[in-house]
Design a protein around this ligand. Structure first.
Ligand code: SF4
Length: 299
C-alpha cells in the first residue's frame, strides 16, 4: 500500500509533517503514512526480529489512537517462545493455533506457485529479476487475497514457461531489504545481469517444506541474527551460480552495518547500493551498476 501507491512520496511527507525526522528510514515513514491516511484502527507490529524502529513507530501510533498487537520473534530461535507468541496472537484474534495450521496448509499450496516462479527464474532463465521480486515480495500478504494471487500466479506460470530461455545475462543476487527505489532490477538487465536470487523476497515466500507454523517461522531467516541469513545467502548463491551480489541498504537503517560481515564472508564481488526515498534509479547509481556488471563480465 506504500510503495505501490500512486504517490508514495506523499505518504512520507505525511509522516514528516507529523514530526518524523528527515533522517529516519523511508519505509518506516511510508508505513506510518499508510496507517494514518487509511485511518487503520488496528495493526500488528513485529516488535522483535524485524526493525529497531518499530517500537517508536508503535508508540506514536498508539498515541494516535491505533490499537497495536505486538508479536516478537525470539532472537535465540527458541521454539517454545515462538509457540507462545503464536498462541497469544491466535487468542488475540479469536482463533486457535490449530486453526492457523489449517491456514498454513492452504497457503502452502499458494506458496508452491511462488516457488515455481522462483525456480523458473534461476533454473530456466524465463522470469526476470523484477518479476521474481514482485511475485515473491507479494507473498508477505498475497495482496490480501490468496485465492486471487493463486489464480494470477498460475496464469503467469503458464505464460512464462512458454517463453524462450534467456541465459546470456550474468547471474547475480539481490540481498537486503526490498528496495524503495524503483527500476533497479531492470537497470541491471539493461547492463547485462539478471537477479536470479532475491534473498528477502524469497524468504517472504517461505521456501522449503515445513510441517508446522513453528517450524515454518523458525526456518524463516529474516527475523533472527544475520548469520541465519548469511548461510541461506551462501547456499542459494552457490546453487544458482551467482557471480556477484548486490546488497541493497536503506538510508538510516541499522541493517547497513551487516554489510561488513556480508563482504567478508560471501566470496563473490559485492556492490552496495543505498536508497533513501521512492523514485527511479538516479544517474550516479546507474553508472555504478554498469561498471559493476562490466567488471563481472570481464572476470
Ligand atoms: S529498511 Fe531498515 S530501518 Fe527501514 S523499516 Fe526496514 S529494517 Fe527498519
Amino acid at each position: 500500500m506504500f510503495i505501490a501507491s500512486d504517490l508514495p512520496a506523499d505518504l512520507i511527507r505525511c509522516a514528516e509533517a507529523d514530526g518524523f525526522p528527515r533522517n529516519s528510514c523511508g519505509w518506516i515513514k511510508g508505513i506510518y503514512g499508510v496507517v494514518r491516511r487509511n485511518d487503520f484502527r488496528e495493526i500488528v507490529a513485529v516488535t522483535q526480529g524485524d526493525c529497531s524502529f518499530t517500537q517508536a513507530l508503535m508508540e506514536v501510533l498508539r498515541y494516535r489512537g491505533v490499537s497495536v498487537v505486538p508479536f516478537a520473534f525470539p532472537f535465540d530461535r527458541d521454539p517454545d517462545f515462538l509457540s507462545r507468541e503464536l498462541a497469544k496472537m491466535a487468542a488475540r484474534f479469536g482463533t486457535t493455533v490449530a486453526g492457523g495450521e489449517r491456514w498454513k496448509e492452504r497457503l502452502d499450496v499458494v506458496r508452491r506457485l511462488a516457488h515455481e516462479i522462483d525456480r523458473l527464474t534461476w533454473e530456466e532463465g524465463k522470469v526476470t529479476g523484477e518479476e521474481n521480486h514482485r511475485w515473491l515480495v507479494a507473498c508477505s500478504d498475497f495482496d490480501g487475497d490468496p485465492d486471487e494471487y493463486a489464480r494470477r500466479a498460475a496464469a503467469f506460470l503458464a505464460e512464462a514457461s512458454a517463453r524462450p530461455a534467456r541465459n546470456d545475462l550474468v547471474p547475480i543476487a539481490f540481498v537486503g531489504v526490498p528496495p524503495i527505489v524503483s527500476g533497479l532490477h531492470a537497470c541491471f538487465e539493461e547492463a547485462g545481469a539478471r537477479a536470479v536470487l532475491n534473498e528477502v523476497q524469497r524468504q517472504f515466500a517461505m521456501p522449503g517444506t515445513t510441517g508446522s507454523l513453528v517450524e515454518q517461522y523458525l526456518a524463516y531467516t529474516y527475523p533472527y541474527s544475520f548469520f541465519e541469513r548469511l548461510s541461506d545467502i551462501k547456499a542459494e548463491a552457490a546453487r544458482r551460480k551467482v557471480r556477484g551480489i548486490v546488497h541493497y541498504v536503506q538510508s538510516f537503517c541499522f541493517r547497513q552495518i551487516e554489510d561488513i560481515i556480508l563482504r567478508e564472508e560471501v566470496g563473490v564481488p559485492v556492490l552496495t547500493l543505498e536508497g533513501d526515498a521512492p523514485g527511479p534509479v538516479d544517474g550516479r547509481t546507474r553508472i555504478r551498476i554498469e561498471a559493476f556488471v562490466e567488471m563481472l563480465q570481464g572476470r
